[in-house]
Ligand binder design. Structure first.
Ligand code: SF4
Length: 468
C-alpha cells in the first residue's frame, strides 16, 4: 500500500487537478443527488470513496478530508494521527519514529505540497478530527455544502490580566534569560518521594517541568506532582500530552490545574504507546499538540469549551509547546512552530541541542518569519557523561541528534563527566549569542547533581539574584 500512497504524493499536482475536476462534477450532479436524497446515497458513495481513496492515499475515512492541505498525504496514516506537522521523533533518514518501515507522513506531505499550486503547506493550523464523522463520505459533505471545520487561528495576541502572570512569563516578558529544567514523577503515592528528587534544582532554575507519563510509562500524574512542587516553593511547568486523554478529560484537567494555582502549561502530542512498558494500553490522540494548545487558549481567552459551552471562570495560563530543530524535515519546522504559535504557544522548549550550527540555521529561519518576536524560545541542553551513553541516546532516544565530534571528545577525555559538563557549558555560551533565544531548558535525568555546576559555570544567572 505504501507504494501507491507514495506514487500519489509524488504526483500531488496531478491529484490536485483531479480534485478540481471532481469538484466540478460534484457541483454538476448536486441537483440529482438532492433529488435522490443525501441519506439514501450515504452508504454507496462512502463505499466508492473508501475504495478509491483507500487505493490512492490509504484513506482512513476520517470524514473531514484534508488532503489538499497536507500535500495529498493522508495524516491519518501517522501512528499518532498528527494533523499539523511532524512529531519530534522523525528519524534522520525521514522514516517514522514509530514504524521505521514507512516514511514519515509529514516528510511526504512536505514533498507533495511542493508539487501543488500553492507550493507549500498552508500556515493556518488544521482542526482536530470530529470523530462522529468517521466513516462518513467527505464527498457527500461537500455536496451537502456542510460547514467544513475551520482552521485554528488565534484572533488576538494574548494579554495576561495583571497579577495573573506566572513568574516564568514575567521574567521572559522582562527579557531575562531564563533557566528551566525538568523532573520525572516517582512511582509512588508518597509526596516525600517527589521532594526527594528536586533538591538539586533549588536556587538554580526559574521553573521546573513536570513530565506527563514520559516515554509512555505510568508514574504519579503531572498534575499531582506540579501541586506538590508549587507547595514546596518551586514554579511548575505542567506537561500535558494527548496520548492518554480525550478532549473532555483534557479540559477538565486544565481547569483543575489552573484552579489549584498551576500557571504554566506545556502542550505535547506525547510519545507513542509502544515506547513504554504497557504496549497493550489504548493510544487516545484525540487532539494533537496544536489542537491541545488551541483548546487551552479557548478556555483562557474565550471562556469556552471546545463544544462552545461557556465557563463561569476562566483559567490563567501561560501556554508552551515543544519543537525539535534537529530532525527532518528541517524546512518544515518553522511552519510547524508558526502553527503552534497561531494556536496559542507563547514559549517553546526544544529537544537537546548538541549541534549549535544546526540550531543557528533553524533560528535564522525562525527570525526570517518573525516567530522569535511572537514566542520565547528556550533551547534544550544537557550533559553527556560518557561516549557510551551518548551512543546509547543517539540510538534509542527518538529525535536526539548527536554529531560524531561530540562523541569523539567524550571518548578521548580523561574525565568524561567533566568533559560533558564542559561541552554543555560551551553550548550554553554559544546559544546565548544567537539572536532570538530567550533561555535554556536544562535536562539532566539521573545526573541532577550536575545542574548547579552547569548553571554556575555558564554564568546564566550571574546578573541577577539566585532563582528559587
Ligand atoms: S514520525 Fe511522527 S509525525 Fe511522522 S508519521 Fe511517524 S509518528 Fe507521525
Amino acid at each position: 500500500m505504501y507504494a501507491l500512497r507514495r506514487w500519489s504524493v509524488r504526483r500531488a499536482g496531478l491529484m490536485e487537478a483531479a480534485y478540481r475536476v471532481l469538484d466540478r462534477v460534484l457541483d454538476a450532479v448536486r441537483p440529482v443527488v438532492r433529488f435522490v436524497g443525501y441519506d439514501r446515497l450515504e452508504r454507496p458513495v462512502a463505499f466508492v470513496e473508501r475504495h478509491a481513496k483507500g487505493l490512492l492515499f490509504d484513506c482512513r475515512m476520517c470524514g473531514a478530508c484534508s488532503l489538499s492541505a497536507t500535500g495529498m498525504a493522508c495524516p491519518m496514516n501517522c501512528p499518532k494521527p498528527m494533523r499539523n506537522g511532524p512529531c519530534g521523533g522523525v528519524r534522520p533518514d525521514g522514516t517514522c519514529e514509530v514504524d521505521a518501515s514507512m516514511p514519515c507522513v509529514w516528510v511526504e506531505a512536505w514533498r507533495g505540497a511542493s508539487k501543488m499550486k500553492a507550493g507549500a503547506l498552508p500556515t493556518a493550523p488544521n482542526p482536530p478530527v470530529e470523530h462522529h464523522y468517521a466513516g462518513r463520505s467527505s464527498w457527500l459533505r461537500v455536496l451537502r455544502q456542510e460547514a467544513w471545520p475551520a482552521p485554528l487561528v488565534t484572533e488576538a495576541p494574548h494579554a495576561p490580566q495583571s497579577g495573573s502572570q506566572s513568574r516564568l512569563e514575567a521574567l521572559l516578558d522582562d527579557k531575562v534569560f531564563v533557566v528551566t529544567s525538568e523532573c520525572s514523577p516517582p512511582d509512588s503515592a508518597d509526596p516525600a518521594d517527589v521532594l526527594a528528587r528536586v533538591g538539586h534544582y533549588e536556587g538554580w532554575v526559574d521553573a521546573l517541568n513536570v513530565t506527563d507519563a514520559p516515554g509512555a510509562h505510568c508514574h504519579m500524574s503531572s498534575l499531582g506532582v506540579s501541586l506538590i512542587l508549587q507547595r514546596a516553593g518551586f514554579e511548575a511547568v505542567m506537561q500535558m500530552t494527548c496520548r492518554d486523554r480525550n478532549r473532555i478529560a483534557i479540559q477538565g484537567d486544565i481547569l483543575a490545574a489552573a484552579a489549584l494555582g498551576v500557571r504554566n502549561l506545556l502542550c505535547l502530542t506525547g510519545d507513542a504507546i509502544g515506547n513504554g512498558d504497557d504496549p497493550g494500553a489504548k493510544p487516545v490522540f484525540d487532539l494533537d499538540a496544536v489542537s491541545l494548545l488551541d483548546t487551552a487558549r479557548r478556555l483562557r481567552d474565550d471562556g469556552l469549551y471546545r463544544s462552545g459551552r461557556k465557563l463561569t471562570g476562566r483559567p490563567h495560563l501561560f501556554l508552551g509547546a515543544v519543537d525539535n530543530p534537529f530532525v527532518p524535515p528541517h524546512d518544515l519546522r518553522p511552519l510547524r512552530l508558526g502553527r503552534k504559535i497561531a494556536a496559542g504557544a507563547r514559549f517553546v522548549q526544544t529537544q537537546y541541542c548538541f549541534d549549535v550550527a544546526m540550531l543557528a540555521r533553524y533560528m535564522a529561519s525562525v527570525r526570517a518569519e518573525g516567530l522569535h518576536e511572537r514566542c520565547h524560545i528556550l533551547v534544550g541542553v544537557g550533559p553527556l557523561v560518557s561516549a557510551r551513553s551518548a551512543r546509547w541516546m543517539r540510538a534509542h532516544v527518538p529525535g536526539v541528534h548527536i554529531p560524531d565530534e561530540v562523541v569523539a571528545r567524550l571518548e578521548s577525555a580523561r574525565d568524561p563527566e567533566d568533559e560533558g559538563v564542559r561541552q554543555c557549558v560551551e553550548t550554553i555560551e554559544a546559544i546565548r549569542a544567537i539572536e532570538g533565544v530567550s533561555g535554556i531548558h536544562l535536562m539532566a535525568p539521573k545526573r541532577e547533581h550536575l545542574i548547579g555546576a552547569i548553571v554556575s559555570r555558564s554564568r546564566v544567572l550571574a546578573d541577577r539574584p539566585r532563582a528559587s
